[in-house]
Design a protein around this ligand. Structure first.
Ligand code: CDV
Length: 335
């Protein structure tokens, strides 16, 4: 392979050989009293646009069907009745599945899941082009708190309303590629992506609701967007995969959340980014071969990873004391 010294490109043929049309459907605000029917109508319109632009798949936000209700302190009976889905699809969400089958487009959707035996999860599903649910993910890194904070401007009660996901970070073969899913706060944790890239995920999709204000400390608001993009870009690059992230954003009943929905390439570069804080579809023809360049060289996992030196990552949750010299020493693994 010739290296073009003018461009610095060593990736060979610039024509996209393995192109995947990927759309992200950002949502503007969903207010407390907006109906599921009205929300689903907005999602249907964006699904149509995504398909018309050539998307094989469209990514919707976290908790896409309702307002971001963890900001409200409510009793369990009320919250279950108003915001949780006892089934997926349901009468209100069935039109999404019908249109997906008609348009032959896959999708990712985040919603609040209430199981038959009363467990509650912050969940997403991957739905294929035949409208079949092929994978489910239950959010693992739940942010916020479970107690009432009456002095805070709003609550972040994910730890009250949801249990920690119990099904791991799986990946799924669909639409001719391998896709991993996560939700919002998961995107800030490198373990999320590495567990999926070790299963050869090519795309990670996620939805998010990120309040512009941090109720725990006076974080400068611009850092919310900076850290959101930094997390997507660093992890796309370090794992040689595409990342597609869909926000629910703008002011929901006066509570503002960041936009910035984005599609990030395995180079770490943003290839599409939402400009508004409203319903908006962004799209990219993603070269699924692009990550290979990194995964065969700088991030050739089989060749360069040294898991014998990473044991603390699974042995410790919080930071602790330094390891002793003898604990740090390890025998060399056999080739
Ligand atoms: N829904 C979320 O998980 N939101 C968090 C906020 C609380 C920081 C996020 O990581 O964006």
């Amino acid at each position: 392979m010739a290296i073009d010294l003018n461009t610095g490109s060593g990736t060979g043929n610039s024509k996209i050989k393995n192109s995947f049309g990927l759309a992200v459907a950002q949502m503007g605000p969903v207010h407390l009293n907006d109906s599921r029917v009205a929300v689903v109508a907005r999602l249907l319109e964006m699904m149509r646009e995504a398909a018309s632009r050539g998307a094989k798949m469209v990514v919707f936000p976290e908790l896409a069907l309702t307002t971001f209700f963890p900001r409200y302190w409510m009793d369990d009976a009320e919250v279950n009745a108003r915001f949780f889905e006892p089934s997926m699809p349901s009468a209100e969400t069935q039109p999404l599945f019908d249109l997906a089958a008609q348009l032959k487009i896959g999708f990712y959707l985040g919603y609040a899941e209430l199981t038959a035996d009363g467990h509650r999860f912050n969940t997403s599903v991957l739905v294929d082009e035949n409208a079949k649910i092929v994978a489910r993910y239950r959010k693992i890194h739940l942010p916020g708190h479970s107690d009432h904070k009456p002095d805070a401007p709003f609550q972040h009660l994910e730890k009250k309303y949801f249990e920690v996901g119990n099904e791991g970070f799986g990946v799924t073969d669909m639409l001719g590629t391998r896709i991993g899913q996560c939700l919002c706060n998961d995107r800030r944790w490198p373990e999320t992506y590495r567990v999926m890239s070790l299963q050869s995920a090519r795309i990670v999709v996620l939805g998010y609701n990120t309040p512009s204000w941090n109720i725990h400390w006076s974080e400068p608001p611009h850092l919310r967007m900076f850290h959101h993009l930094l997390s997507l870009q660093a992890n796309a690059y370090q794992n040689g995969l595409w990342v597609a992230a869909a926000a629910k954003c703008g002011a929901e009943d006066g509570f503002h959340m960041i936009g910035g929905s984005a599609i990030v390439a395995p180079t770490g570069e943003i290839v599409a980014q939402a400009q508004s804080e409203d319903d908006e579809v962004i799209f990219s023809n993603c070269d699924l071969g692009l990550g290979e360049t990194f995964l065969q060289h700088v991030f050739n996992f089989a060749k360069h990873r040294r898991p014998e030196h990473y044991k603390l990552i699974t042995e410790r949750t919080g930071a602790g004391e330094p390891l002793s010299a003898s604990a740090l020493k390890t025998t060399q693994p056999q080739e």
